[in-house]
Design a protein around this ligand. Sequence first.
Ligand code: SF4
Ligand code: SF4
Length: 394
Amino acid sequence: MTAPAGGLLAGAARETLREKLRALGFDEVRFARVGPGREDSLREWLAAGHHADMAWMERTAEKRMNPDLVLAGARSVILLGVNYWSEASIENQESRIENPKWARYALHEDYHDTIKPGLAAAGRLLEQECGAAETDYRYYVDTGPVLERGWAARSGLGFRGKNGMLISRTHGNWLFLASILVRQEIEPDAPLRKKPLPPAEAEPAGLLCGKCTRCLDACPTQAFPRPGVVDARRCISYQTIENKGIIPRELRTGIGTRIYGCDVCLEVCPWNRFAQEGRRVLLSSRHDLAERGLAEILALTPVRFAEVFKKTAVKRLKLTGLLRNACVVAGNSGDRALLPELVGLAVHEAPVVRAHAVWAVRRLAGESPASRLLQEARAKETEASVLAEYSADL
Ligand code: SF4
Ligand code: SF4
């Protein structure tokens, strides 16, 4: 590499860095210049309460809007995409429609863990090739105080769809994004828009959506107050993963068979037609999760839960969160054979599980059989949130 430490990395030297980063397993490598970003949309989203109870989004907002607060002197950001589209995974899940549905990304070992070694190797590469010190860069995969989708749009990696996701013209909606903030100045890649925006202007959603509104129309819980904006409070992904408490009753039927996350607004996107199998260097598949039946999940013990979901992102939901979601899916399933498990869960130690189990029993059994089935559980119940489920309108 020819660029001196701190000098502009451009031309052939930049392309060599791109190739070496690709060789580490990143399917997309793009560069953006760090500049003053006017992220009004983030401010508005937070002010409207669309982040639900994700207080960390508020706490990190300033950093997200000002990369200098994350890495003083940051001049560039390297955007890295890992393609997780897999035909085998889709076929496996679609051939088992009787089973609960998982967001596609969840059918892997936790991607934070599998992508991080690639980022650590990328950091070492920056040290060797650009003369960077360890303190001259910071990397994140998805959870850092970095507006990855905004930077990715700026770098031309893709565009922000009306579904709020970063959409790639070659990978569709199926990219994990990671980023490295660096003090090294790197010549930026061109964005997809022909007429670049002023440096401080944020990329609006829907650049290459045209008149399409499929994602907005298909959302089962009407979580889009407007194109490009997701109200987490109504989003199944938030409710089944981030929310640790009671799922609002009015959203439960919309959850359908989705036990963990939701891909509806991604799956319907026509840009997915270009998606191809990735190299999967930084991923480890766990397609077997899609083979678990609902009865098996409802009967999970803590030991079995730890065994089955070891190394996956689902383990962070904990057994109580998964049982809660499984109760919702069971309530929507119409399968009365699940009633014995659900009645058992109506006396589970966690109130959040009991509440959703009661809802599911009432929904599956109908009012008077449910009252008989739940008689014992109700007699013991003292928790207000659970008692509310016995009398709620269904
Ligand atoms: S993830 Fe599902 S619930 Fe959330 S906005 Fe998309 S379609 Fe709606
Ligand atoms: S489904 Fe249509 S509107 Fe939604 S992101 Fe894809 S192209 Fe855009």
